[in-house]
Design a protein around this ligand. Structure first.
Ligand code: A3P
Length: 359
């Protein structure tokens, strides 16, 4: 099981159903069983299609989700209690979650740790804070996150419209940092990643098949475009609640984007910090070059447990970290199809994907 840097609440709050000191109250167990019945009902009736990692994904409230994360979503709705100071990192898969996790953790805790001996260099970013979607049930029957220090940081891949209003409503002061990426790069990254995770008992998904599924919106947490648009629109309505970032802008000007991030998180860099090089230290610490070369992120260096079945090597979260790798994979025709879907879907939204043009 993954351990979280501050503090390790996955083990300290582990409770057991077996007779013992921390026995689970009967009502809690009954509620948990009811939730499972609800999940079974959903899975039996929802439209399903081919999953990229598992056999099937299900169309739940307009988004394609695996059974494991539908369970997480139901639990978030029933049990998760957001705090006014919570900050959620949200992204479609493969758009920069790992990078942002490192940046947000390093920024929020910059006065706690020395850069010369930083815990991120020992544990890697995956362990920096919980991935809400499945961590919510890693401790039976439900994980309590009460002991995380404030501001609590969480990551999620869920679409904005799927999350409870206690988290998303503009009247709640919890914040979201959303990072998006050119869908062509997100697709290439996701195909590599999911091919590694795909159960060996299933036939592999070919590149062309994955491409068609992606274009049709059918991939875990997709459709990609609806995901991005949901957060984009919400960020336009409540810019103080949702910061909308782009992977490409971060690659171009990491220091500038980091300053934006810190200010949004309510922890702007002071003039003394800027003069002292703190911004550059964080950028360097969280760079692909630094993180991908850490022992904990090398092959066999460490892993994350998402569910009982899904354990992912830290190493697999790092591939190339480039903008435009799609050029090495997509034909002209394939590129045009994705670009034209993007154009149609985003028309009138004011959003363009990829690098923001400087005015
Ligand atoms: P590629 O597969 O294109 O290399 P996520 O963290 O959301 O799963 O996204 C993974 C993508 O981000 C991968 O893209 C990965 O290599 C890249 N990545 C991971 N850490 C990064 C970092 N510190 N800086 C830039 N890109 C990073």
């Amino acid at each position: 099981m993954s351990t979280y840097l501050v503090p390790d609440q996955t083990t300290s709050h582990h409770r057991t159903a077996i007779n013992g000191e921390n026995q689970i109250p009967k009502e809690e167990e009954e509620a948990y069983n009811k939730l499972h019945e609800k999940l079974d009902g959903i899975l039996a009736t929802m439209p399903k299609d081919k999953g990229w990692r598992s056999q099937n994904i299900f169309l739940y409230k307009d988004f394609w989700l695996s059974s494991g994360v539908i369970k997480g979503l139901l639990m978030i709705h029933d049990y998760f209690q957001p705090q006014p100071t919570d900050i959620f990192l949200a992204a479609f898969m493969k758009c920069g979650t790992t990078w942002l996790k490192a940046l947000m953790f390093a920024t929020a805790n910059r006065n706690r740790f020395k850069f010369s001996d930083h815990p991120l260099n020992r544990t890697g970013p995956q362990s920096a804070f919980p991935f809400l979607d499945t961590h919510i049930y890693l401790d039976y029957p439900v994980t309590k996150f009460d002991h995380l220090p404030s501001p609590r940081l969480f990551a999620t891949h869920f679409a904005h419209s799927l999350l409870p209003t206690s988290m998303t409503s503009p009247s709640s002061t919890a914040k979201f940092v959303y990072v998006c990426r050119d869908p062509k790069d997100a697709f290439i990254s996701k195909w590599h990643f999911m091919s590694k995770l795909r159960s060996k008992e299933l036939t592999p998904i070919s590149f062309n098949e994955a491409y068609d599924l992606f274009c049709n919106g059918i991939s875990e947490y997709g459709p990609f475009w609806d995901h991005v648009l949901g957060y984009w629109k919400a960020s336009r309505e409540s810019p103080e609640k949702i910061l909308f970032l782009k992977y490409e802008d971060m690659k171009r000007e990491p220091s500038m984007e980091l300053k934006k991030l810190a200010a949004f998180m309510g922890m702007p860099f002071t003039a003394a910090e800027e003069e002292g090089g703190v911004v550059e230290e964080i950028v360097k610490l969280c760079s692909f070059e630094n993180l991908s070369n850490l022992q904990v992120n090398k092959d066999g260096g460490g892993a994350q447990k998402f569910t009982a079945q899904v354990v992912v090597e830290n190493h697999d979260f790092f591939r190339k970290g480039n903008v435009g790798d799609w050029e090495n994979y997509l034909t002209e025709e394939m590129r045009n199809r994705i670009d034209s879907i993007t154009e149609t879907k985003l028309k009138g939204s004011g959003l363009t994907l990829g690098l923001t043009k400087k005015t």
